[in-house]
Design a protein around this ligand. Structure first.
Ligand SMILES: Cc1cc2nc3c(=O)[nH]c(=O)nc-3n(C[C@H](O)[C@H](O)[C@H](O)COP(=O)(O)O)c2cc1C
Length: 343
């Protein structure tokens, strides 16, 4: 069965919003699922906020025949305590539980076992950024879906990475060679429109996960100046960078060592490049957060992090999430037909 068919409210080709902690809240996930995509809720370990979000989504969306809420919940394993999240998951029964950023790969299997016992009808999705991680996670946690995250991705990902164009086929071959044929793959990292989505489908992805593109959605919980900077940015390979600096601005970096993050470059980065020490950068950053614009600035003179992927130069306007889902879905399908007809 195709992945889209196993999620009965969705349409094919499958469009998914990334579970961006603090950004992808009730309004975004509801709008994406209502448009026939997969709405994923981001969580950054704030359980009362997650409870409110799930209650809001539960009011807005009808459940599937299996009694599931037609959205997913993203969990960052190094931050969240499963004992705190599990009662909420059991209460609201999301169709998908997404996991990312475990301190140890072995943790995924423990979490998957406990989540499966509590929510046997929900799918387990795990985001990975290397062939090694994909193979270990496939063998131990046995997820229903793996999200192959390429290094163009906005926000956090593997510090040592590859674009999904090489990562996805290699993971796909390695899974097949080891008999893990039941795991569907979805792609993430630099996908912002129907063309990049078509490329991912051509590589064998059964869905595309977009973070940066959905940061421009009206329903996303993002500061308007950050959104302005996103729409203004171009040439993403130059205007964004992966670095651990971005996790060091508020205080010592708490992310597991294998991860860093991609942000639009801003004044904190310029200071770092010109040799300003981390204590001074932190002091300036803390002061900037007190401003009305919360340290964001569309001309990149601000000091706050603005997570975004290399596809940011193709994000040109703020628009409703449903429009993004419909546009990427139809353009990807049309593009695949057009390419096939030209071969
Ligand atoms: C602002 C932002 C926040 C993110 N937060 C999370 C998160 O909380 N959990 C997670 O699994 N991934 C998170 N990601 C990464 C996404 O899951 C996804 O891999 C990425 O957005 C894909 O690349 P793209 O931004 O180029 O579309 C975040 C990405 C962005 C841009």
């Amino acid at each position: 069965m195709s992945l889209s068919k196993s999620l009965p409210w969705t349409k094919s080709p499958l469009i998914i919003n990334a579970p961006m902690g603090g950004f992808a809240t009730a309004k975004l996930s509801t709008a994406v699922s209502q448009a026939g995509g997969v709405g994923l809720i981001g969580d950054d370990s704030n359980m009362p906020a997650l409870a409110d979000t799930l209650a809001e989504v539960d009011k807005a969306l009808s459940r599937t025949d299996a009694g599931l809420l037609p959205v997913g919940v993203g969990l960052l394993l190094f931050l969240v305590r499963l004992d705190e999240a599990l009662p909420l998951l059991e209460k609201y029964r999301p169709a998908i539980v997404w996991m990312f950023a475990a301190k140890e790969l072995a943790h995924y299997a423990d979490w998957a076992a406990r989540i499966r016992a509590a929510l046997p009808k929900s799918q387990i999705w795990i985001q990975v950024g290397s062939v090694h991680a994909a193979m270990e996670v496939a063998a131990t946690a046995k997820p229903d879906v793996m999200c192959v995250q390429g290094s163009d991705a906005g926000g956090h990902g593997y510090e040592k990475g590859a674009g999904f164009i090489s990562l996805l086929p290699e993971i796909s071959d390695a899974l097949a060679a080891n008999g893990h044929n039941g795991i569907s793959l979805v792609a993430a990292g630099g996908i912002v429109d129907g063309r990049s989505a078509a490329a991912a489908f051509a590589l064998g992805a059964q869905g595309v996960v977009m973070g940066t593109r959905f940061l421009s959605a009206r329903e996303t919980n993002v500061h308007p100046v950050y959104q302005e900077a996103l729409v203004a940015a171009s040439d993403g390979g130059q205007s964004t960078r992966r670095s651990k600096l971005f996790d060091n601005l508020r205080g010592p970096n708490i992310w597991p060592g294998a991860y860093d993050g991609r942000s639009i470059l801003m004044q904190s980065w310029a200071d770092h490049e010109s040799g300003v020490g981390i204590e001074e950068i932190r002091k300036r950053h803390k002061e900037a957060l007190k401003d009305d614009d919360k340290g964001f600035n569309a001309d990149r003179s601000g000091r706050a992090v603005m997570w975004a992927g290399t596809g940011v130069g193709l994000v040109k306007k703020v628009q409703p999430a449903a429009e993004i889902v419909e546009e990427v879905r139809s353009t990807a399908a049309a593009r695949l037909k057009e390419v096939a007809s030209k071969l």
